[in-house]
Design a protein around this ligand. Structure first.
Ligand SMILES: Nc1ncnc2c1ncn2[C@@H]1O[C@H](COP(=O)(O)OP(=O)(O)OP(=O)(O)O)[C@@H](O)[C@H]1O
Ligand SMILES: [Mg+2]
Length: 261
């Protein structure tokens, strides 16, 4: 079975389960999936579970291989994960920090004739930061550091790329630049999963939206099917309208919130 398939996954911290018996997928190669849901819904925990970074039981299969049974090293050959917090080793140069990500080891799709420095420069060029390569990370703005985090994940060319809120610190243009880049990376034959709070951005660029609430999947479908006013009301506690603009793109308009004074 090709793609990412999650069955009966329970994950959490210490004795507390955040996600319980979750089923999802298969998420196919070539598609960009947006994980959405309220704060504390379990989005980061789910991505960490797939990446092997939290206590997890159940089955997570990538192209038929059980990821939970692979060693950390073998798993890292298949999966790259960009955490919600941007890179913080600020004394490193931008280039060094991206080369450092390559040192985790090659991925199955990542071997080519280029040196680590060449690969890292190519990844930086893709996000428009090649000119800042020799500067310390500390010199970059918050959004630029977030882009470096994206370059660190991309440079390894994983067949499964998971990104936790890669657009949260980005301006209007760069949000779209990143979503387009992730979609085109998916179209190259990879599986891309991205956590995002902006439902309009998710609806515009993702092939599929997975709506999470309290550690469970509420919907997993193309954006216009997954996102309905009733579901958003139930999950986020908002009164909203979903309308299509003149170009047919879904717009989420929040009219009121419940439980606020
Ligand atoms: N390291 C941790 N130790 C203990 N509990 C944690 C830890 N990280 C997250 N949690 C708890 O797990 C639950 C889900 O958190 P998670 O970070 O997965 O949410 P999220 O959907 O990513 O939220 P956000 O949109 O705010 O990033 C929360 O109740 C949180 O307090
Ligand atoms: Mg999170």
């Amino acid at each position: 079975m090709q793609g990412l398939t999650i069955e009966g996954v329970t994950a959490g911290y210490g004795a507390t389960d955040i996600i319980e018996r979750l089923d999802l997928g298969p998420l196919p190669h070539g598609e960009l999936t947006a994980f959405v849901g309220p704060n504390a819904a379990g989005k980061s925990t789910l991505l960490r579970a797939i990446a092997g970074l939290v206590r997890t039981s159940g089955s997570i299969r990538l192209d038929g291989d059980e990821l939970t049974r692979l060693s950390a090293g073998k798993r890292a050959r298949r999966v790259a994960f960009m955490p919600q917090t941007p890179p913080d080793r600020l004394h490193l140069s931008v280039l060094e920090s991206v080369i450092g990500a390559l040192m985790v080891g090659p991925t199955d799709g990542g071997s080519d004739d280029r040196s680590p420095a060449e690969s890292a420069m190519a990844a930086l060029a893709r996000i428009g930061l090649a000119e800042r390569a020799m500067e310390p990370l500390a010199n970059l703005s918050g959004g630029q550091r977030q882009l470096v985090g994206l370059a660190q994940a991309l440079v390894r060319k994983p067949s499964l790329l998971l990104l936790d809120e890669p657009t949260s610190a980005l301006d209007l243009r760069l949000q779209v630049v990143v979503m387009q880049l992730l979609r085109s990376y998916a179209r190259e034959g990879n599986i891309v999963g991205v956590v995002i709070h902006d439902l309009g951005l998710a609806a515009r660029w993702a092939d599929r939206v997975v709506l999470l609430d309290e550690g469970s999947v509420v919907a997993s479908a193309p954006p216009h099917e997954a996102l309905t006013a009733d579901r958003l009301n139930q999950v986020y506690g908002v009164a909203c309208r979903l309308e299509r603009c003149t170009r047919g793109t879904l717009q989420v308009l929040v009219d009121d919130v419940q439980g606020a004074s």
